[in-house]
Design a protein around this ligand. Structure first.
Ligand code: PGA
Length: 255
């Protein structure tokens, strides 16, 4: 990688799927194909399994493992049910999703909570995959860019200059997640370019930050998305639950 080139990443977000036996088979199928096909390895690949499986997969040390969430609490203590960034780091988890729209919409992750999670994760030495994206109503009202820029500002407010190297951004228009609708490559590229320009106002390392697209990425649209100048990979939900589909998305971003 040159100083000015972001690395490509394809990350499988399994959400609350699948049951453990199936998860083990899926994980080995992906890890084996990735390891056996040298041409795929120009693209980084990581998997975000459900929380109970994190340590099992992380200790295999085949693919980097991503937590789907992290606590607003640091370290350890009397916080029933919480999982801190420090514990994730200790169990060899390397990355964490923060700000996924499902967390924002269904579980009350507002800006304040997200900023606490970001600070905790960065301090623990995790890499953050920070998700941004507008709703359909916001897009139709012409607010897509301003919503995304505000979400990035919330990230920037708690990020030190030296920490940008530990940040990946995922642009996921909410209306495209799990719906089968994808942003057109032109719309996605336009937003990614705007994100890049905004990041350039925040850090001199902006050109190295991987900008992933997410929202119904599948083998059928991955090649076109991968051809866009500012799209450096994908955050894949549904299609990451099928090894063959996921591998062909990796192939698209490995070229
Ligand atoms: P999808 O999910 O690929 O199923 O649309 C993407 C995501 O939510 O990260």
């Amino acid at each position: 990688m040159t100083a000015l080139t972001p690395q490509n990443w394809v990350i499988g977000n399994w959400k609350l799927n699948p049951y453990f036996n199936e998860a083990k088979q899926l994980f080995s199928a992906i890890a084996q194909q990735y390891q056996n096909q040298a041409e795929l390895q120009t693209c980084h690949v990581a998997i975000a399994p459900p929380a109970p499986y994190l340590s099992f997969f992380a200790t295999q040390q085949t693919l980097p493992i991503v937590a789907q969430d992290v606590s607003t609490i640091r370290g350890q203590g009397a916080y029933t049910g919480e999982v801190s960034a420090d514990l994730l780091k200790e169990t060899a988890v390397e990355l964490v999703l923060i700000g996924h729209s499902e967390r924002r919409e269904l579980f009350g992750d507002d800006a304040e909570k997200l900023q606490q999670k970001i600070k905790n994760a960065l301090q623990a030495g995790l890499t953050i995959v920070y998700c941004v994206g507008e709703s359909l109503v916001q897009r139709e009202a012409g607010q897509a860019q301003s919503v995304v820029i505000r979400q990035l500002q919330e990230l920037a407010d708690v990020t030190h200059d030296t920490e940008w190297k530990n940040i990946i951004i995922a642009y996921e228009p909410i209306w495209a997640i799990g719906t089968g609708k994808t942003a057109s490559p032109q719309d996605a590229q336009q937003m990614h370019a705007a994100i890049r320009v905004y990041l350039q106002t925040l850090t001199t390392t902006a050109n190295r930050i991987p900008l992933l697209y997410g929202g119904s990425v599948k083998p059928e649209n991955a090649v076109e998305l991968a051809a866009c100048a500012d799209i450096n990979g994908a955050l894949v939900g549904g299609a990451s639950l099928d090894a063959a589909s996921f591998i062909s998305i990796i192939q698209a971003f490995a070229q």
